[in-house]
Design a protein around this ligand. Structure first.
Ligand code: CP
Ligand code: NVA
Length: 331
């Protein structure tokens, strides 16, 4: 059946069929070719979008901006510091107003319920640019990056997420791998395992697609034969800085280093949504070093800078895939 996502919001991967997800990955690769060959693609001229950010961003914000301009659209960026949003006016009311001006709304914030509410009231497609629960636009870029490295296809590949397996990235990767017939392993301490109900839901999806879902605290078992080793920061946006001490204790055994990579398949790749603490060139990295003596956290600099690391291709693919998501839903 042909895929038609026109008018749809993009709130979480669980809302989409495997065919719809594969369509978005293919479209992202097509847009990458257009960009790389300098072929104009102002397919959405005359439309306007607004980007609402309650949390900070580099990749997601710039991807929406550049993708919007490349597609010929007008783009407005709003955050709580430069608008009434959140302080004098609720996000829902902001969405109801902006839905009258704009053809699509991006929202990055805290609760998943809020972005769902925004989509229900605004009357235009809403794209989830990250909530505490999910980061769906990142998923299309990630799967596109994996496909670029494994041209035989995604089905049957083993992806291991190391660390805080119940954060927005762990949840999203578990759902996406399940949808695409991949073998997902969430590897971290029991205290940070994903919610049982979401694991069950993803297991049921994986049964249909030929994939699987495993959650474990055994690093060697998890990473043996893996095709993709993925990690994320240990304290996410919106979580208090006091958590660093506890997270360092809990998650240090799950750092991605050379030994971890050696358990994986010889052709395995390393991925990270970024930003990453792999050296001391950030204020938080420096602060953690001063307090706890660590020079690198979720991934060693050696792995981050290695041939196996695809993190900058992955970051580039955010732009192409966000373009595909906007085009598919606004066309
Ligand atoms: N990966 C990601 O979402 O990056 P930003 O926080 O910079 O948008
Ligand atoms: N888990 C991270 C992802 C950043 C893209 C966070 O929410 O801060």
């Amino acid at each position: 059946m042909p895929v038609n996502l026109s008018g749809r919001s993009f709130l979480k991967i669980l809302d989409f069929t495997p065919d719809e997800i594969r369509y978005l990955i293919k479209l992202s690769r097509d847009f990458k070719d257009l960009k790389r060959t300098g072929t104009p693609h102002r397919y959405l001229e005359g439309k306007n979008i607004v980007l609402l950010f309650e949390k900070t961003s580099t990749r997601t914000r710039c991807s929406f901006e550049v993708a919007g301009y490349d597609l010929g659209m007008g783009v407005t960026y709003l955050d709580p510091g430069s608008s009434q949003m959140g302080k004098k006016e609720s996000i829902e009311d902001t969405g109801r107003v902006l839905g009258r001006f704009y053809d699509g709304i991006e929202y990055r914030g805290f609760s998943q319920e809020l972005v769902e509410e925004l989509a229900a009231v605004s009357g235009v497609p809403v794209w989830n640019g990250l909530t505490d629960a999910f980061h769906p636009t990142q998923m299309i870029a990630d799967m596109m990056t994996i496909e670029e490295n494994f041209p035989m296809g995604l089905k049957g590949l083993k992806l291991v997420f190391m660390g805080d397996a119940r954060n927005n990235m762990g949840n999203s990767l578990m759902a996406t791998c399940a949808k695409l017939g991949m073998h997902f392993v969430g590897c971290g301490p029991k205290d940070l395992w994903p919610e049982e109900s979401l694991v069950k839901q993803c297991e049921a999806i994986a049964q249909e697609t030929g994939g699987s879902v495993t959650v474990t605290d055994d690093v060697k078992e998890a990473c043996t034969g893996a095709n993709v080793i993925y990690t994320d920061i240990w304290v996410s946006m919106g979580e208090p800085a006091e958590l660093w001490e506890q997270r360092i204790k809990l998650l240090s055994p799950y750092q991605v280093n050379k030994e971890v990579m050696s358990y994986a398949d010889a052709n395995a790749i390393f991925m990270h949504c970024l930003p990453s603490f792999h050296d001391l060139n950030t204020t938080i990295g420096q602060d953690v070093h001063d307090k706890f003596g660590l020079t690198e956290m979720e991934v060693t600099d050696e792995v981050f800078e290695s041939e196996q690391s695809k993190v900058f291709d992955e970051a580039e693919n955010r732009m192409h895939s966000i373009k595909a998501i906007m085009y598919a839903t606004l066309r």
